[in-house]
Ligand binder design. Structure first.
Ligand SMILES: [Zn+2]
Length: 153
């Protein structure tokens, strides 16, 4: 049997994976698509706005006719920051790292958070980004963003 915590009180099981959202029918499609290397967002079938984070009702027109649709995975860097303090044991050996928000090409104002694969001096708000998918644990794949045109590392 594997002990659940060590003498310093750090939970070894949770240290193996970053915190992840619990399963929920409203956003399960998003994680299923990410596992398949694709980004999908809910789109209102009435007014055609993308709705993110996923929720059951369109914030523009009140429709409940929302359907996941694939997006290109391209956009522009809206904002970013360099994380210096690990907020969870998983990140202890990863600091410093960069997180940011990409505004998608498909609709101004729709933004996705994610890790940024770039050196800080490569980044300026407004530069073009593209998604890449990284398997961060054996069972967890997450979307990251990098400046457009770079090769996977
Ligand atoms: Zn709508």
């Amino acid at each position: 049997m594997v002990p659940m915590s060590d003498t310093e009180g750090v939970d070894r099981v949770s240290a193996l994976s970053p915190p992840v959202p619990g399963e929920h029918p409203v956003h399960q499609f998003y994680w299923d698509a990410v596992r398949e290397g694709q980004l999908k967002l809910l789109r209102c079938q009435s007014c055609r706005h993308f709705i993110h984070y996923p929720r059951p009702i369109c914030r523009f027109c009140g429709s409940v006719d929302l359907t996941p649709e694939p997006i290109s995975g391209r956009g522009t860097l809206y904002s970013y920051t360099v994380v210096m303090q690990p907020g969870h044991p998983f990140f202890m050996d990863k600091i410093p790292y960069i997180i940011g928000v990409m505004e998608i090409d498909e609709e101004p104002g729709v933004r996705l958070p994610g890790g940024i694969e770039a050196a800080e001096d490569e980044l300026r708000c407004g530069i073009p980004l593209e998604v890449l998918f990284k398997q961060v644990t054996p069972t967890l794949t997450l979307p990251f963003f990098r400046p457009t045109g770079r090769q996977a590392q």
